[in-house]
Design a protein around this ligand. Structure first.
Ligand code: ADP
Ligand code: MN
Length: 342
């Protein structure tokens, strides 16, 4: 639900923001969220900005996460005059806001909305893989019923055996994606397929490498470029592993998002060079007074990010997160095989 429903930009008086330009991506995503997720983002981000001195060589956890921009309160603020700006905006939006004002009951009160950096910005043809981390997929707050269901999912899938599970893939079509079981995917926008969670649930442990080969087997890229991707993600996973060893957190049902560029022209433009760790989107936005220049900046050929903290907490004194580390160890083994066999 995060990538589809985005709030139109450039419509609210005094709060205009720039349209994303690369691949028509907007700068931010809006995710209905939980107080726990917001707290996690706030804690992790304030930690990195306030204690740069002990940062050392390590990549801070926040650098693996989308930049947290803020939260939105749902509903229509008292001081917004819908009538005065309705003529200047999308009539549907204006009508929608007017109906929310007259029926405040329609506004979902319980879900604050998280505003995050859109991780697809900087890519022209992004290919995306969502891997859920951890063997245990529930926290202690959950009902007995849900706990049993989550245990079952874990036991029957690679979550249980490897601590990782492929939750979804959105990628450019290839001759291999055409061969997938039709219940596992859907044609998406032009030349893309969306592979659903049933695909990853059906995978046996020994088939996981093939799933990665499917994802990286992009026919717009050369064998050399695919080898670069295996190597660069392997390095990132090592760095990410080191980050996790230092973090006293507990993450449940978080995901690693693998993204790579499938537009060979971009590879050429960037000379096949990958940044291991993404810079913050905020530094990019703060320079954006010089219009053209800002649009030239920050293109990526690949990135690795950690997302989805609805069930994540800080646990000072608890040591590292064994449940998640196990999954990253499995990924390291996958990439060790991919980099040596390819
Ligand atoms: P949930 O699983 O609770 O629906 P997630 O945070 O896992 O929410 O997001 C769901 C999907 O939305 C992800 O698999 C990813 O494809 C996309 N997504 C999430 N956060 C971002 C982001 N910051 N930028 C781009 N895409 C995102
Ligand atoms: Mn998720």
């Amino acid at each position: 639900h995060t990538d589809g429903k985005q709030i139109p930009k450039g419509t609210t008086p005094g709060r205009r923001s720039r349209w994303g330009v690369h691949g028509c991506q907007r700068n931010f995503v809006f995710k209905p969220s939980t107080p726990a997720e917001i707290e996690f983002y706030q804690n992790i981000q304030s930690k990195t900005t306030s204690s740069d001195d002990d940062a050392g060589q390590q990549v801070p956890l926040a650098a693996w996460m989308p930049t947290f921009v803020g939260t939105l309160v749902t509903g229509v603020a008292e001081n917004v005059s819908i009538e005065s700006w309705a003529p200047h905006t999308d009539p549907e939006l204006a009508a929608h806001l007017a109906s929310l004002r007259t029926n405040p009951g329609l506004v979902p009160k319980e879900n604050p909305i998280l505003v995050l950096e859109n991780l697809l910005v900087g890519f022209s043809k992004p290919n995306i893989l969502d891997i859920k981390l951890g063997r245990v997929l529930y926290d202690e707050l959950v009902s007995e019923d849900k706990k049993l269901r989550m245990q079952k999912v874990s036991n029957e899938t690679t979550s249980g055996s490897l601590g990782i599970r492929i939750c979804g893939i959105k990628m450019q079509r290839t001759s291999k994606t055409e061969l997938l079981n039709p219940s596992f995917y859907q044609m998406d926008e032009e030349n893309y397929v969306a592979i659903n969670k049933l695909y990853g649930r059906a995978l046996a442990g020994e088939e996981v490498d093939d799933a990665f080969k499917l994802f990286f087997g992009n026919e717009n890229l050369s064998e050399d470029q695919i080898r670069i991707l295996y190597n660069v993600f392997y390095k990132r996973l090592m760095l990410f592993y080191n980050t996790l060893l230092d973090e006293e957190i507990r993450m449940v049902s978080s995901s690693l998002l693998f993204i790579y560029e499938g537009d060979s022209a971009c590879w050429e433009e960037l000379n096949n060079e990958h940044e291991l760790v993404k810079g913050s989107i905020l530094s990019y936005l703060s320079d954006s007074d010089e219009e053209e220049e800002a649009d030239e900046k920050q293109k990526y050929l690949s990135s690795l990010s950690l997302i989805d903290f609805a069930h994540s907490t800080l646990q000072p004194g608890a040591g590292y997160d064994e449940n998640v580390i196990v999954g990253v160890e499995s990924l390291l083994k996958v990439f060790e095989r991919l980099t040596t066999s390819h």
